[in-house]
Ligand binder design. Structure first.
Ligand code: ATP
Length: 374
């Protein structure tokens, strides 16, 4: 009889942030944050300017001390561990390379205090430059590189000591949009090859959605929601998150019917009843907000077959923006409110496109609206 395989212990959080607050004088920059980050994740801290992202990252690195609360990394309490003894490296917002040093020297710099032989240093530098696809550039100086190449050298410098946790503060901010998109995928690739845990700070929601296995959305020093990119986009926890991530149509209304199969909300500001086919904890008469993403709304010239007065609006197209892959329509509904609709441009030619000042019908499926109570 074979012995049963041992049951693996549940993997504890690699980084455990428990009730961490950071005050600067009277000002609370990070407010009672609790967060678990798993080994091998790319965890993105996303939020507007001044929301506390960098301060939280600096506390993980040990450059700031929490006013209260605790941080554990790989099971060890960090409160008495100085930055240089943490299994952490940080890549800063401005990843200045030493201009007078070659790429190889820049990358080797971090290793030199470690008492390695020259041959070991050279081997480690070559290996990491290969990983970031800069193998042929070791002799160049930073000014002889493109912005994307400099970014990869900075990454190599941060990774060469093989930190278990790499903290990246707006790592791609200096790159133009196209290069940034390309580099996002490279960063994911490198992270997966090296098995490092990444915590990335960004204010760019598209970047967070592309890079992150999970996101933590911050506002005024607090974490307001943690989830996968699709959780956060499809099921935002509140109006702040719905509005911050992507664009959204938000209609205020009162609950007119509620039950396990969904809710109906009477939205006077747009002149329709919104039916949402998901259960929401709210009581009849309560004020709530329905959030509907622009791509979930159908726009057409003819009246849809939907139940009269439910999930349907009539309006006039006021603006159309052609974006190449999609078009954005701003439709003024009969109540006067503007509703945003996006349509992918899948067809070339074909049916006559809807034009400005045309009368249209807007409708959406009951699975599309998200009902927010705060
Ligand atoms: P950004 O995206 O603009 O970098 P952030 O979310 O990273 O913003 P933080 O740098 O963490 O924000 O700053 C959070 C708040 O704490 C800000 O209001 C900032 O002015 C304040 N703050 C940060 N460091 C200090 C400090 N050393 N002394 C006083 N206030 C500070």
């Amino acid at each position: 009889m074979s012995t049963p395989a041992p049951i693996p212990a549940a993997d504890p959080a690699y980084v455990r942030i428990a009730n961490v607050t950071k005050k600067f004088g009277d000002f609370t920059a990070v407010d009672n944050v609790s967060l678990d980050i798993q080994r091998g994740e790319i965890f993105c801290l996303l939020g507007g300017s001044g929301s506390g992202k960098t301060t939280l990252l600096r506390m993980l690195a040990g450059f700031e001390t929490p006013t209260s609360g605790s941080i554990r990394i790989d099971g060890t309490d960090m409160s008495t561990i100085p930055p240089y003894e943490r299994p952490v490296n940080m890549m800063f917002q401005s990843y200045a390379l030493f201009p007078h040093m070659s790429v190889e020297k820049n990358v080797a710099f971090g290793l030199e205090q470690e008492g390695l032989t020259r041959a070991e240093v050279a081997r480690k530098v070559a290996e990491i430059l290969d990983i970031v696809k800069m193998g042929g550039f070791g002799a160049r100086k930073p000014h002889q590189l493109s912005g994307g190449q400099r970014q990869r050298v900075a990454l190599a410098r941060a990774l060469v000591k093989r930190p278990k946790l790499l903290l990246l503060d707006e790592p791609l901010a200096a790159l133009d949009k196209k290069l940034r998109e390309h580099t996002q995928f490279e960063l994911i690739n490198i992270q997966q090859r090296m098995g490092v845990t990444f915590v990335v700070v960004t204010h760019d929601q598209e970047e967070a959605m592309t890079l992150g296995t999970r996101l933590g959305v911050m506002n005024h020093g607090r974490i307001v929601q943690v989830g996968s990119p699709s959780d956060i986009y499809e099921s935002p926890a509140n109006r702040f998150v719905a509005d911050f991530i992507g664009s959204v149509n938000m209609f205020e209304g009162q609950v007119s019917q509620e039950g396990p199969e969904g809710v109906r909300i009477s939205c006077a500001e747009v002149g329709t009843t919104v039916r949402a086919d998901r259960a929401v904890t709210c009581s009849r008469g309560a004020t709530v907000w329905t959030a509907i993403r622009p791509e979930k709304i159908t726009i057409r010239r003819s009246q849809p077959a939907a139940a009269a007065g439910e999930n349907v609006l009539r309006g006039t197209v006021r603006e159309i923006a052609y974006m190449g892959d999609l078009s954005i329509y701003l439709v003024q509904v009969e109540s006067g409110k503007m509703v945003r609709v996006t349509l992918p441009n899948t067809m070339r030619g074909g049916e006559r496109p809807i034009a400005r000042e045309e009368k249209v019908w807007l409708s959406w499926h009951g699975s599309s609206p998200v009902v927010l109570t705060e």
